[in-house]
Design a protein around this ligand. Structure first.
Ligand code: ZN
Length: 354
């Protein structure tokens, strides 16, 4: 198949692993106990993802506490009362707050990748969290003896090392999760917060050559947790011009769940820079209904009326369980949806004569 298709990242964890995550947090099991269960879940998830026919897979982010907080898991200088992210259904997630410097990642993406590559037979994409998301752990009031400028310098270096480690250790591609991009437009309609996020992430990307930047992508979505979102009410038109100024080769764009896809596709066509590849979301992980292959095909054909097929790819709108304890979607449903993505993308490729 020459029309590329990729998952975003997470697959719902097995119940046993979710239980072990709670046990680990409560100190009832060791990190070694947890790691053994996580490795078993990675192995099983990779087998099941490969069985869907997806030509590129991930490790399902089985061993990450969440898509955003894996660099923080195990750090001491954190307090629980950081930034609160409210979701549309009323539930919230809260980031930790950094209490002291210097800031270093406790876990880098290369560790997850190395484990996945032990079991995978097809190329593996490595998702990483954007520096802009982690910038939110620095308290607005500052930290004594560790000014914000010092934190940002540490963060840029650590985020670049996270990407570098995955690129150099055999990732097919590295995907930066930038779900806070759309949220930034909601928190600050003036656009200044979004601009500062983009500037920070471009500082990280400046560490890479143009060739390396082509293997790096950015994922945007309105958040996804417990079948709810945090910024779906934000107009894409306010996000996309800034989004495409990120110096990467690929964008993974939530689209299946958008109420007015043609409007978004027109904006993508207007603002994407030459050479940037567009993976359009054709599967909605929040919708419990399983899409048909024909629906997926039609979504790709719709996208191709705005974006030339040679620049297109397909993906899921988002991960299926970005936070480790999210059980709103079953593994069976996730894999069935991914099978529909793969089959529908193949149908579309045939229509294009690819
Ligand atoms: Zn997402």
């Amino acid at each position: 198949m020459t029309l590329p298709t990729e998952p975003i990242g997470s697959i719902p964890r097995p119940a046993q692993l979710i239980g072990a995550g709670a046990d680990l947090a409560a100190g009832r099991i060791t990190t070694g106990d947890y790691a053994r269960l996580a490795e078993a879940a990675v192995r099983l998830t990779i087998e099941e993802l490969e069985a869907t026919g997806s030509p590129v897979i991930t490790d399902g982010e089985q061993g990450k506490p969440s898509f955003a907080t894996y660099p923080l898991a195990g750090l001491d200088a954190l307090a629980p009362d950081g930034v609160v992210i409210p979701f549309a259904d009323g539930h919230t997630r809260q980031l930790p707050r950094l209490t002291a410097g210097p800031f270093r990642y406790a876990n880098h993406a290369a560790g997850y990748l190395e484990l996945a590559l032990r079991y995978a037979r097809v190329p593996v994409k490595q998702p990483v969290i954007a520096a802009s998301a982690l910038s939110l752990i620095y308290p607005p009031g500052g930290i004594d003896g560790y000014p914000r400028e010092a934190f940002v310098a540490d963060l840029v270096r650590e985020a670049a090392a996270d990407i570098r480690g995955a690129l150099d250790n055999g990732a097919h591609s590295v995907q930066i999760d930038f779900t806070e991009g759309r949220l930034a437009v909601k928190l600050d309609p003036s656009g200044q917060l979004l601009a500062s996020f983009i500037d920070l992430n471009n500082q990280v990307l400046a560490e890479f050559s143009p060739e390396e930047q082509r293997r790096i992508g950015v994922h945007t979505c309105p958040g996804g947790d417990q079948d709810s979102t945090h910024s779906a009410d934000v107009d894409y038109a306010a996000l996309l011009p800034g989004l495409f100024s990120l110096n990467v080769g690929t964008f993974y764009i939530q689209l299946a769940s958008e109420p007015d896809r043609p409007r978004v596709l027109r904006a993508i066509n207007e603002h994407a820079r030459p050479g940037q590849r567009i993976f359009v979301g054709v599967i909605d992980p929040i919708d419990p209904r399983i899409e048909t292959a024909e629906e997926v095909r039609d979504r790709v054909l719709e996208a191709a009326t705005y974006i030339e097929p040679g620049r297109l790819g397909t993906c899921d709108d988002s991960g299926f369980a970005p936070f480790g304890d999210d059980t709103s979607t079953s593994r069976e449903t996730a894999f069935a949806k991914i099978r529909a993505r793969v089959a529908g993308t193949q149908l579309a490729a045939r229509e294009f004569g690819l």
